[in-house]
Ligand binder design. Structure first.
Ligand SMILES: *Cc1c(COP(=O)(O)O)cnc(C)c1O
Length: 370
């Protein structure tokens, strides 16, 4: 079965092998050396001066960032399940928040956010997804962050980059906290979350530490010394080191370029066989299609052709399908996933199969064809 969901993504064999070592103790020079290498690499990849690794899924890092960086009132952007989650975190943690809600295919307009900030001077944090995975939507986070900082540079920009880090090079000029997780573009098993921080965020965290397990001030103190406040996710960090070695072998620029080209080629293929790409601004992390028969298409792709693609969530559960594009994906795998979807259209009597999806994908990916 090919796992083609936008998280978790399949863990390559070379990474699984790297992790198949006896557990080493986290308070040892051997592990601290590994931690240091991964930490320094993450600082580079995230383009942030500081980074923290947490033993949790991505949501833990979202909660940690919110409680440590929002002291008064959050502005949350809800254009899908993950944006909605920021509001739920605020609610659970007793943090006042204002939510701007959008259809899942629609990027948040910059002016809505600047208007909300001007209307409420107590807002001290903006929580937004770079890619909102519910609809495969790319928000204009860089532009939004710049506009917010123009109004008030003390407003913390908390960017959920869980399906953006490792997908594309992110401009972090105006981002204070950049969150990611292990099971998306880095192709590890779930359980490791990462937060890149700039020095303004570090200052804010150290001035008023908050939380216990997610007290980022105590993590900062420890992780600067290449250890963690609590037991580190040692095996996942070993896997991450191996993954970075693999990507370095390709070159990060090439890795990002392949991801972008594959995303565009797959969208072109899907459109040519009659699909509508769902988000108005698609992220390169996944190919997201709206179709009345999305559920049936997924069922056939999985059962008959061994391709596990994701559906939608909530009211779009049966109307969207999402094909992962994060990580190291061989073009023939994406070609096969697209071919399976085209075969499903034939089986449902929607469109006769003629191999167009595969041909258009391959032509676009390798030849830059239209
Ligand atoms: C996967 C994902 C998360 C985190 O989910 P976890 O299940 O907690 O790892 C958060 N935000 C986005 C945009 C995601 O895609």
């Amino acid at each position: 079965m090919l796992l083609f969901t936008p998280g978790p993504t399949p863990t390559p064999e070379i990474i699984r092998v790297a992790m198949s070592v006896p557990t080493i103790h986290h308070r040892t020079p051997e592990f601290e050396e590994i931690f240091k290498i991964v930490r320094e690499k993450l600082i580079k990849i995230m383009n942030m001066p500081e980074v923290l690794m947490l033993a949790s899924s991505g949501t833990g890092a979202m909660e940690a960032a919110v409680i440590n960086l929002c002291k008064s009132h959050a502005l949350t952007i809800n254009a899908g399940k993950f944006g909605e989650r920021f509001g739920k975190i605020c609610n659970a943690c007793g943090i006042a928040y204002t939510e701007l809600k959008y259809s899942w295919d629609t990027p948040a307009p910059v002016s809505d956010i600047t208007d909300a900030i001007k209307a409420n001077p107590s807002i001290d944090a903006l929580c937004i997804q770079i890619c909102e995975s519910a609809g495969g939507l790319r928000h204009n986070v860089e532009e939004i962050a710049e506009a917010v900082k123009d109004i008030n540079k003390d407003i913390m920009i908390i960017a959920d980059g869980i399906t953006a880090v490792g997908v594309e090079k992110i401009d972090t000029a105006n981002i204070d906290a950049l969150i990611t997780g292990s099971q998306k573009a880095f192709m590890l098993p779930p359980g490791l979350a990462m937060i890149g921080l700039n020095m303004e965020a570090v200052t804010k965290i150290e001035a008023a530490p908050k939380g216990f397990y997610f007290n980022l001030a105590s993590e900062l103190k420890n992780q600067r010394k290449n250890t963690t406040a609590y037991t580190a996710a040692t095996t996942l960090i070993i896997g991450l080191k191996a993954m970075f070695e693999v990507i370095d072998g390709i070159g990060f620029d090439k890795f990002y370029e392949d991801t972008k080209n594959r995303a565009k080629a797959a969208n072109a293929a899907l459109e040519t066989v009659g699909f509508k790409i769902y988000p108005k601004k698609p992220s390169y992390a996944m190919n997201t299609v709206y179709h009345e028969n999305a559920k049936e298409i997924r069922g056939i792709a999985k059962k008959k052709y061994g391709v596990n693609i994701a559906g939608g969530q909530d009211e779009l559960k049966d109307k969207l399908f999402r094909i992962n594009n994060m990580g190291l994906i061989a073009p023939h795998e994406t070609a096969w996933a697209l071919n399976a979807v085209e075969l499903a259209l034939d089986e449902l009597g929607i469109r006769d199969y003629d191999g167009t999806a595969n041909r258009v994908f391959v032509a676009n990916f390798f030849k830059g064809a239209k």
